[in-house]
Design a protein around this ligand. Structure first.
Ligand SMILES: Nc1ncnc2c1ncn2[C@@H]1O[C@H](COP(=O)(O)OP(=O)(O)OP(=O)(O)O)[C@@H](O)[C@H]1O
Ligand SMILES: [Mg+2]
Length: 252
């Protein structure tokens, strides 16, 4: 069965209600991400994407359901898989008073990387996303795009094999976006499983092997972009599928 043999992330009937909230943010989500996929997680504002990713990274507790990552049940053995997971959060999670390089050093040491290994890895990270010329600039003085690129490398500094990216291209220019895509595709070719959220449907269509649409705490549909387009008569791209399945109403 697919779920047992190929899945690296298996989510069953996942439920989460924030303290004091009237409604559940996740209302019974099922999800399967296969090993080595570049998987797109899309949905309108407030759909529950960040909540789901935060749970899958162990940052947030869930109420009910089951989460298995790389065969490990998160509820009991999260520590066993923690080091394999990388998160690039939606909100920039850098220290504004530290420079680009100091931030990378800080996040590397948090992951237990030390000495020459840390020095080499930070140099690699600066090179990969062309951050060298900004390396000694304080984050508070950096442009939004440089912050995004540094945020990305801070989450990848420990070479994780499962990576969650929560809107990594928000506010970056076309050149930086292209650089980020190329790097993510290279990582994916090396076998890294990537779960990617964005509001840019074209990104998903060109990057992702499979996609799930979530809305109002439910997973509405899951499949390849082509499967979703073919299954929805009258739709010729993912944007049309998305609007058809989630409606035109603006979310709060
Ligand atoms: N810390 C919190 N406390 C209470 N409610 C929260 C909290 N974080 C999120 N929520 C609520 O949970 C629901 C899902 O939010 P979430 O941030 O997961 O959505 P999202 O799909 O990531 O949206 P966006 O596209 O805007 O980033 C929303 O109704 C939101 O208001
Ligand atoms: Mg979000």
């Amino acid at each position: 069965m697919l779920e047992q043999s190929q899945s690296i992330i298996l989510v069953k009937d996942l439920r989460k209600k924030y303290k004091g909230a009237e409604e559940e943010a996740l209302k019974g989500i099922d999800l399967v991400v296969r090993r080595g996929e570049l998987f797109g997680l899309i949905g309108p504002n407030s759909a529950g994407k960040t909540t789901l990713i935060s749970i899958l990274c162990g940052l947030l507790k869930y109420d009910e359901g089951m989460v298995e990552i790389d065969g490990i049940n998160m509820k009991f053995d999260y520590k066993k898989i923690k080091g394999k997971i990388g998160l690039i959060p939606q909100e920039i999670a850098l220290h504004s008073s530290l420079t680009v390089k100091e931030n990378l050093n800080y996040f590397g040491s948090l992951q237990g990387i030390t000495g020459k290994d840390l020095e080499n890895r930070v140099e690699d990270c600066l090179t990969i996303l062309q951050l060298h010329q900004h390396s000694n600039k304080k984050i508070s003085k950096c442009s939004g795009g440089i912050k995004r690129r540094t945020n990305l490398m801070a989450g990848l500094i420990h070479n994780p094999s499962i990576v969650f990216l929560d809107e990594p291209t928000l506010g970056v220019d076309v050149q930086s976006r292209n650089l980020i895509f190329e790097y993510l595709q290279d990582l994916n070719k090396l076998g890294v499983t990537i779960v990617y959220t964005t509001h840019y449907m074209r990104e998903v269509e060109s990057l992702c092997s499979r996609v799930a649409i979530i809305d109002d705490g439910h997973r509405i549909v899951e499949g390849t972009p082509k499967e979703l387009i073919d299954a929805n008569i009258g739709c010729f791209d993912l944007t049309q599928v998305f609007i058809k399945l989630t409606g035109k109403e603006i979310r709060d």
